[in-house]
Design a protein around this ligand. Structure first.
Ligand code: FES
Length: 165
């Protein structure tokens, strides 16, 4: 099977029951995406597929052949951190760091959802132009990503600085 991960074409022979997360970590050596709950509850495994955030622990790898998969390893450009990564550093948006790869990918996917006008529970049916990325909105949209250290203030500050209009 052929997969496109972080812009590179990769091949792997995997069982049809292999999750996308296990493909990334165990077959392709990309261990940035983390396995927390392995049942869709914590968000540590979040990656982007064609720009949309998904829990890779719930996805079957076979379904994502020839799709554009982006993991935390693909966010920086060489030595230059993604602006969101730099903001996490600036605002201490982590403690142990285990949830950070998922938080980063999820926030980037969230920004794309807002750009496409995808409403949240908070914003109901507001258009993309009027969605306010205040902290209530941001916390709601990031509620699928848990941080057991409780570094939420830094996480929210970093995301708000990067994406708030
Ligand atoms: Fe996938 Fe927790 S490991 S949501």
């Amino acid at each position: 099977m052929r997969f496109i991960v972080n812009g590179a074409s990769m091949e792997a022979q995997v069982d049809l029951r292999t999750s996308l997360l296990d493909l990334l970590r165990d077959h392709l050596g990309l261990t940035g995406s983390k396995k927390g709950c392995n049942q869709g509850a914590c968000g540590a495994c979040t990656v982007l597929v064609d720009g949309t955030r998904i829990n890779s622990c719930l996805a079957l790898a076979v379904q994502y052949q020839n799709r554009e998969i982006v993991t935390v390893e693909g966010l920086a450009e060489g030595a230059a951190l993604h602006p969101l990564q730099a903001a996490f550093v600036e605002h201490d948006g982590f403690q142990c760091g285990y949830c950070t790869p998922g938080q980063l990918c999820s926030a980037i996917g969230m920004a794309d959802e807002i750009a496409r006008g995808v409403p949240s529970i908070v914003t109901a049916d507001l258009s993309a132009e009027t969605i306010p990325l205040d902290h209530d909105e941001l916390r709601e949209r990031m509620s699928g990503n848990l941080c057991r250290c409780g570094a939420y203030n830094g996480i929210v500050a970093a995301i708000a600085e990067t994406f708030a209009k």
